[in-house]
Design a protein around this ligand. Sequence first.
Ligand code: KDG
Ligand code: MG
Length: 408
Amino acid sequence: MSIASVDVIVTSPGRNFVTLKITTSDGVVGWGDATLNGRELSVASYLSDHLASMLIGRDEDRIEDTWQYLYRGAYWRRGPVTMAAIAAVDMALWDIKAKKAGMPLYQLLGGASRDGVRVYAHASGTDFEALSNAITGYRELGFTAVRVQTGVPGLGQIYGVSAAGPGVRYDYEPAKRSGDRPAEETWDTRQYLNHMPGVFAKIREEFGTDLRLLHDGHHRMSPIEAARFAKDVEPYDLFWLEDATPGEDQTALRLIRQHSTTPLAIGEVFNTVYDYQTLITERLIDYVRSAVTHTGGITAMKKLLDFAAIYGIRSGIHGPTDISPVGMAAALHLDLAIHNFGIQEYMPHNEQTLEVFQTSFTFDKGFLHPGDQPGLGVELDEEAAGAFEYTKAYLPVNRLLDGTVHDW
Ligand code: KDG
Ligand code: MG
């Protein structure tokens, strides 16, 4: 059998998603997520203008060979657009292989290593009261881990704080449909560093020590600022501090490590194992944050996580709403199968998205399970997808109070 058709579906049920559909000559359909937030059409074009014709007629079972053909064959290696496109092809081929085997994908990856996948939710609030209500709400839903982001006095709308108001909010989405230019936010690291440790102190006082607490620095601190922050929050026992410094500077994490035992997570903007080479071999991180969607798919993620396992580093796969339900399902199958699982990010999709993508994963008391349908367990309804037209959206640009462009 062989690949008979390759189609790219762009849909926008509240936010944009790019999905790859591969159909085999005997009618088996596989789905892959190719969504790159704010730059969606570039991956859609990479797939339809460059890869589709290369895939027609290939043996759908040769997943490793196809991965190498697309990666090495491009000559221009790595990069988010290339690796998201390769990821989508890889996911779709694994979906097909597992459907043909009549098994959920995790069985082909070695079977379940656990009963369920511990997930963390996104608690945020412009002030402490709103944040505390959100944490309470998530605990009532059964979550055992929450990521905590809060407003900083003196700054306006900032990263990770839902603009939708207080409480349990599933609709946090940083990309704004703001016409032809990104929205702009303001930032001041000094105010953040002064404010944040007190917030963790109050959370521990109110919620005790059982709750797993995560926090995302979102690339904004310099190495020495991050070292101070990691040291200041040590008494509050964070599960992890994510993206303390800009990701491309791997050796910056050495400085943070020298000053603190706060566990570190990084990698949502990475796209190959090479981005982690120093971080993993020098044990500068504790969690790998890559998305299956942005790191070349299941084939590449399995290798990356096996490499991390040798150094005692665990997974923390990226899973905000800009990862489609297809990408999320791919993460869950890996999470269930690998030994060095850490935690999975979970930001449930809105109702419109779940009309377009029919999912079979289930949530129970803070844990997700990918379900036992053959394949990834997600099917896209093309008619429903057709009702939601692509709408240009950008991630915000960040500026310091004096107007200097800063990392967002
Ligand atoms: O598209 C950008 C988001 O994926 C990112 O801001 C989310 O940092 C993020 C996280 O940890 O989920
Ligand atoms: Mg992050």
